[in-house]
Ligand binder design. Structure first.
Ligand code: ZN
Length: 203
């Protein structure tokens, strides 16, 4: 399986990092080795002094597809999840400055937290799902998929122009504002509409 991540999909997050609003979605990949194993803590890697959490809504692909029209995109997933796109912000800033790829900053071991999935049918609309991240029991990120610049079905259309989507692939749909640094002993807990879907410890 592969993980396809979307960058700059919420206006307020683009502003907080002083980025330009893109004309098309920003895409990057994480390998399956980036997945943080269930019940394992996240170890801050020694090559970074500034690892940030980014909470993101996840979409699990259930059917193979290429060049998927947005009208039919809903047939390609029936589970929604929540995860963290851990980002070594110091490395990323350096790579961005030089115009180099971001993988070292975003695709390292443990950089993809994948929480429990919830059936899509439990939601009235996938374009209005609220979610939040708590750090040490305090809310640090809170948003709704209604605030996405590109909605889930548009993302599937766009991504599948470049990458064939396969069963089990996971899309990270971008983070809202409120990203920040993690410290050893932090606890990060994710919620979709009030249901806890992951809780991890930072070491
Ligand atoms: Zn992200």
């Amino acid at each position: 399986m592969k993980i396809i991540c979307v960058g700059r999909n919420y206006a307020a997050h683009i502003e907080e990092l002083d980025n330009e609003r893109p004309k098309d979605p920003v895409l990057f990949l994480k390998p399956d080795t980036a997945i943080l194993l269930k019940k394992q803590p996240f170890f801050i890697p020694e090559f970074s002094d500034d690892v940030h959490y980014e909470v993101e809504v996840l979409v699990k692909i259930k059917k193979i597809g290429k060049h998927i029209n947005r009208k039919f995109a809903h047939k390609y997933y029936d589970e929604i999840g929540l995860g963290i796109d851990f980002t070594a912000r110091d490395l990323q800033a350096n790579l961005k400055k030089k115009g180099l790829p971001w993988e070292k900053a975003k695709a390292f071991d443990g950089a993809a937290v994948i929480g429990n999935f919830i059936p899509k049918k439990n939601f009235e609309s996938v374009n209005n799902i609220s979610f939040r991240l708590e750090k040490n029991d305090e809310i640090v990120q809170q948003a709704s998929t209604a605030l996405m610049l590109w909605k889930i079905d548009e993302l599937i259309e766009y991504i599948s122009k470049y990458f064939t989507l396969k069963i089990g692939d996971i899309i990270f749909t971008g983070t809202p504002s409120g990203v920040g640094k993690v410290h050893p002993e932090d606890k990060l807990t994710g919620f979709i509409e009030g249901t806890e879907v992951f809780s991890i410890k930072v070491k």
